[in-house]
Design a protein around this ligand. Structure first.
Ligand SMILES: Nc1ncnc2c1ncn2[C@@H]1O[C@H](COP(=O)(O)OP(=O)(O)OP(=O)(O)O)[C@@H](O)[C@H]1O
Length: 218
């Protein structure tokens, strides 16, 4: 489903941030991406969302080489990837409903379909009933659930999360991880960057470990 084939990445003026990284995630697999600060975790995730492009090698999503994607194809590739961030990246002046609806509105869905899908998505993350609230009145855990609802609202086959529990306490972090597992159980592929070793250790999933840009365990 997602394949890295000898991928190296270098930012202009810097050395290699990723070096000959190869791995394959099967459909429905859930894996953690770990490693020290600066190891290249965020960079690896950015290649999947085509926020950056690799310098050497191939990143394949459903067999499509992301490095060769034309700029006009990028929005369609991104619809296959639900992105989740540490700081949630919610629009503070929009309600929970509007935040979750955003990807569907951009994709041109009609009002009725948007409403149906947003409610289904909020239901999955346990936030039905909070549609009219603004993000700032929600707890950190609830805000991250809104971020997850937005990421899954158009049913992407792949979820990519960058330190999704970085701002949450251990109990809320575990809840968010169990939420990811529920998506995995219905066939979604999930890759989560995290340096929370104790949390990762509690969960029985594959661990990809980066050390100075090299994959040292997978
Ligand atoms: N846009 C950029 N331009 C130049 N160098 C960059 C850029 N983004 C990241 N880097 C460098 O690439 C290296 C890897 O950064 P990256 O953010 O991928 O690491 P990380 O493992 O996600 O770290 P952290 O856990 O601290 O978020 C670091 O040395 C960083 O300074």
């Amino acid at each position: 489903m997602l394949k890295f084939d000898n991928v190296s990445m270098r930012y202009p003026g810097a050395g290699d941030v990723l070096r000959n990284v190869s791995f394959h995630l099967e459909r429905g697999e859930m894996a953690f991406l770990t490693g020290h600060s600066g190891a290249g975790k965020s960079t690896l995730l950015k290649l999947i969302a085509v926020i950056e492009r690799c310098t050497r090698g191939r990143v394949l999503l459903d067999g499509e080489n992301l490095n060769q994607a034309k700029d006009r194809q990028v929005p369609y590739i991104r619809r296959k990837v639900g992105l989740i961030f540490q700081d949630y990246k919610l629009l503070q002046d929009r309600t929970v409903f509007d935040n979750v609806a955003l990807p569907l509105v951009i994709a041109g869905y009609g009002h009725h379909e948007v409403s149906r899908r947003v409610r289904a998505s909020l239901d999955k993350v346990g936030l039905l009933g909070k549609e009219k609230k603004y993000p700032l009145v929600l707890s950190g855990g609830e805000q991250q659930r809104v971020g997850i609802a937005r990421a899954v609202v158009n049913k992407p086959p792949l979820i990519v999360a960058d330190e999704p529990t970085g701002n949450l306490d251990p109990e809320l972090s575990a809840e968010i991880m169990h939420l990811f597992e529920q998506f995995q159980q219905v066939g979604v592929t999930i890759l989560i960057a995290s340096h929370d070793i104790s949390l990762i250790a509690q969960m029985n999933h594959r661990i990809l470990k980066l050390d100075h840009g090299q994959l040292v365990a997978s």
